[in-house]
Write a protein that binds this ligand. Sequence first.
Ligand code: UTP
Length: 290
Amino acid sequence: MSSVKTAVFPVAGLGTRFLPATKSVAKEMLTIVDKPLIQYGAEEALEAGITKLVFIVGRTKNSIIDHFDKAYELENELQLRGKDKLLKVVQEVVPDGIDCVFIRQPEALGLGHAVLCAEAAVGDEPFAVILPDDLIHNEEESCVKQMVGVFDKYQASIIGTQTVDIEESHKYGMIAGPEVEPGLARVDEIVEKPSPAESPSDQAVVGRYILTPAIFEKLKKTERGAGGEIQLTDGIAALRTQEQVYGYSFKGKRYDCGSKLGYLQATVELALEHEELAGPFRDYLKQLDI
Ligand code: UTP
């Protein structure tokens, strides 16, 4: 069994960059080819051996609860029509032995606050945090699985990181610190959305974390920061004064599906790998006069 048993999915944000689509549909239910973003995130967790999925949901997120619920009528209908392959696809959304827990974040007070809402469901154990709008693609080993491996070695909080153009620093949490092995840096500094001039490096935090439960006490004391929100980054900044935190430069390609461009890039590239669509979609793209 994996040393990290629980994954938290904070999916209670407002998704303003995708309005009006996100007026009544959760951003995480937007579909890349044939699966909602949230399912890519859940599959990543399951691949890492995680058995409990905790969703922090907001007002427009009932479709997420429905997606991970058992769909008796649909399953019955598919069975009657002999659609066995589709029936399997539906049943495998939540494989046997996996627990789903849904918690409401009453107000969108920030990512740090959303993670704190998971405290009772997580308990006194290390846990993963997955932001499904950062879709990370790696055919061989999922990002979270890689990070659980690093956690097992260092027994410390691990943050997924990526090199970005420094001009983009104001969109991310940014870290800095010495490399302890190739691809792994000790986090000596972490700041939320600094200007390029104030950013400590070009290493950005992306939506994957393995955190020790000590983060909860820190988040309780974290005040509103950038954007008036309780920031997970500020909680991690407090955590690293007490125990070591590492930034892990994961292997894989990340698509920022919270932005329209990233969403379209993921759609095109994953369609080009899809078993049924790859051929016809490639032919279609080739004949476009662009
Ligand atoms: P984002 O910064 O992407 O915000 O949040 P958002 O509201 O989802 O989208 P935009 O920027 O308005 O378009 C990062 C992650 O934190 C979650 C979001 O759901 C997303 O997964 N989050 C954010 C919460 O769960 N609760 C919050 O109060 C804020």
